[in-house]
Design a protein around this ligand. Structure first.
Ligand SMILES: CC(C)(COP(=O)(O)OP(=O)(O)OC[C@H]1O[C@@H](n2cnc3c(N)ncnc32)[C@H](O)[C@@H]1OP(=O)(O)O)[C@@H](O)C(=O)NCCC(=O)NCCS
Length: 154
C-alpha cells in the first residue's frame, strides 16, 4: 500500500468558548476540550486512511492552563505513526484572547485510531511518511509509545 506524507493528515480546527462550554469559574470544561480533541484527531486519522475509524485509546491528557468564555481554541493534529490498522494521532490545543493578543498552549494528547473495513473490522491503513525533522522525531517517539501500549495491554 502506498504511503502518505504526514502533512496530508494535518487538521486545524477552531472553536470559540461559549457559555454552554463553561463551568461556574467561566473556564471551559475538560470534557468539552476532550471532545474537540477526539473530533480533530478522528478527522486526521480518517483523512490519512480514507476509511471509517474508531478511537481505540487516548493516552494521558494533561490540561496545562485554563481557557475562558470568549476565548478562541485552536486544535492542530496529524498522524504521527501507523502500525497496521492503528494510527497514532498527536493533537495540540492552544487558547487565544483575540483582544489582549494573549495565546498559550492549554493541552496536548496522543490518541490511537483503528481503520475499519466495510464489515467494521480492523483493516490496514497506509503507512505514513515523515518528511521533516519534527515529523521524524514524532514518528520515532510514537513507535516507542506503541511498544509501551502493547506491553501495558499484555
Ligand atoms: C479498537 C477495536 C476496533 C480493536 O478491535 P480488535 O478486534 O480488538 O482488533 P485487534 O486486536 O486485531 O487490534 C487491531 C488494532 O487495534 C489496536 N488496538 C486494539 N486495542 C487498542 C487499544 N486499547 N489501544 C490502542 N490500540 C489498540 C491493536 O494494537 C491493533 O493495531 P495494529 O493493527 O496496528 O497492530 C475494537 O476494540 C473496538 O471497536 N473498540 C470500540 C471502539 C469505540 O467504540 N470507540 C469509541 C467511539 S469511536
Amino acid at each position: 500500500m502506498e504511503g502518505r506524507p504526514v502533512c496530508d493528515s494535518s487538521v486545524v480546527m477552531t472553536e470559540m468558548v461559549l457559555p454552554t462550554h463553561t463551568n461556574s469559574l467561566d473556564s471551559v470544561f475538560g470534557g468539552v476540550i476532550m471532545s474537540w480533541i477526539d473530533i480533530c484527531a478522528a478527522i486526521s486519522a480518517q483523512r490519512h486512511s480514507s476509511r471509517p475509524v474508531v478511537t481505540a485509546s487516548i493516552d494521558a491528557l494533561d490540561f496545562h492552563r485554563p481557557a475562558y468564555k470568549g476565548w478562541v481554541i485552536t486544535l492542530k493534529s496529524c498522524v504521527n505513526f501507523v502500525a497496521h490498522s492503528s494510527m497514532e494521532v498527536g493533537v495540540s490545543v492552544e487558547a487565544e484572547h483575540l483582544v489582549k493578543k494573549q495565546k498559550y498552549k492549554i493541552a496536548s494528547a496522543y490518541l490511537t485510531f483503528v481503520a475499519l473495513d466495510d464489515h467494521g473490522k480492523p483493516t490496514t491503513a497506509p503507512p505514513v511518511i515523515p518528511q521533516t525533522d519534527i515529523e521524524k522525531r514524532r514518528y520515532a517517539e510514537a513507535q516507542r509509545r506503541r511498544e509501551l501500549r502493547l506491553k501495558h495491554r499484555r
